[in-house]
Design a protein around this ligand. Structure first.
Ligand code: FMN
Length: 323
């Protein structure tokens, strides 16, 4: 088996899986600004993948070769569907498969999936074993999770994952499910995960995740805790150049920002056309239109657009009149 996690140069800076954000288009925008070590797809439901409604979810696994190395992330509750999805993901040419054992969304917990598995070791074990069987040693398994459900439970839960799955990579978001994204990240617990890894599964790569705002901060956490790398989610929303340590976002002009926005818009329209609603695109505007004087007022003009053409005209207008 080619284990991409062993081949990546350290330290690893990974782009987090983010539903509704990190699709094939956004991943290419991120690459243009500064390439992460590795990226993930949005989480994809394996029941959906194995149903007649497959066409409604398969777009989440769409990618182009430039986005590699790329990991497909899946979630669900049925081991047989994990097994079949694992086979499919191998055939689709992904570099690895990631299990989402961390999503805290209420409706998902209600069905017993993702972070609910922190309280259901027996189903988690079945899912891990079914997935490993489907992967058949062709690509590596990784897991993304949190440090407990209602209370911190690092030793038991992370210990269980490391000894049961011996994953090639384990990403730890240093909060419990109950803490959602609001509480400070428990970096001391992430440090415990590194110790547990050393004892239970020395080959596993550990990525720390939560609230990392700059590349420098990422480097600091990696060296303080002895991590193999970090995973960055919302940090990309305030700085699309996050993964280029030489780029200073404060020095980026409105022209630089509009160029990236235009690149994103063209690729989004080309790739999704009417398959995704135009208004979905508007959630990305803030990424490019912030951090400079008068940004909020300018952003509002862009938010008022109703279709691709209006947005394109607004970009042209500001490119000619403000920079
Ligand atoms: C909009 C959004 C969508 C997300 N979707 C996923 C997902 O599909 N799979 C997943 O494992 N985590 C998902 N997450 C969680 C992130 O991957 C990450 O763990 C979390 O945001 C904490 O990292 P950060 O503080 O660097 O953002 C999502 C987060 C956000 C903000």
């Amino acid at each position: 088996m080619t284990n991409i996690w062993k081949e990546l140069p350290k330290p690893i800076f990974a782009l987090a899986p983010m539903e509704g954000v990190t699709d094939t288009v956004f991943r290419r925008v991120v690459i243009k600004c500064g390439k992460p070590s590795i990226m993930f797809t949005e989480f994809t439901n394996c029941e959906g993948l194995q149903s007649v409604g497959q066409s409604r979810v398969i777009h989440r696994l769409q990618y182009t070769p430039t986005e590699k190395p790329l990991i497909a992330q899946i979630w669900g509750i049925t081991p047989q569907h994990y097994y079949n999805s694992a086979k499919m993901i191998v055939d689709m040419g992904f570099d690895g498969l990631d299990l989402n054992f961390g999503c805290p969304v209420k409706n998902i917990i209600k069905v017993g999936a993702c972070s609910a598995l922190i309280k259901n070791h027996s189903l988690a074990r079945e899912i891990i074993l079914a997935t490993l069987e489907g992967l058949n040693n062709k690509i590596p398994l990784s897991i993304k999770t949190r440090i407990g459900f209602n209370t911190i439970n690092t030793e038991e839960w992370i210990g269980f994952l490391l000894s049961t799955a011996k994953p090639a990579c384990l990403t730890v978001h240093g909060r419990t499910v109950k803490e959602q994204s609001a509480f400070p990240v428990h970096w001391d617990e992430i440090a415990k995960c590194v110790e547990l890894r050393n004892q239970l599964s020395p080959e596993t790569v550990i990525l720390g995740n939560g609230d990392i705002k700059t590349y420098q901060e990422g480097l600091q956490k990696i060296s303080e805790i002895g991590l193999d790398g970090v995973m960055i989610g919302r940090g990309i929303f305030s700085n699309p150049w996050f993964f280029d340590p030489t780029a200073d976002p404060a020095s980026k002009t409105l022209k630089d920002r509009l160029e990236i926005l235009k690149f994103h818009l063209d690729l989004f329209e080309q790739t999704w056309g009417n398959q995704k609603d135009y208004h979905i695109f508007k959630r990305f505007l803030k990424i490019y239109l912030q951090g400079f004087e008068g940004a909020a007022a300018i952003r509002q003009k862009f938010m008022d657009t109703n279709n691709y053409e209006e947005l394109r005209n607004t970009i042209i207008y500001f490119s000619h009149n403000l920079v």
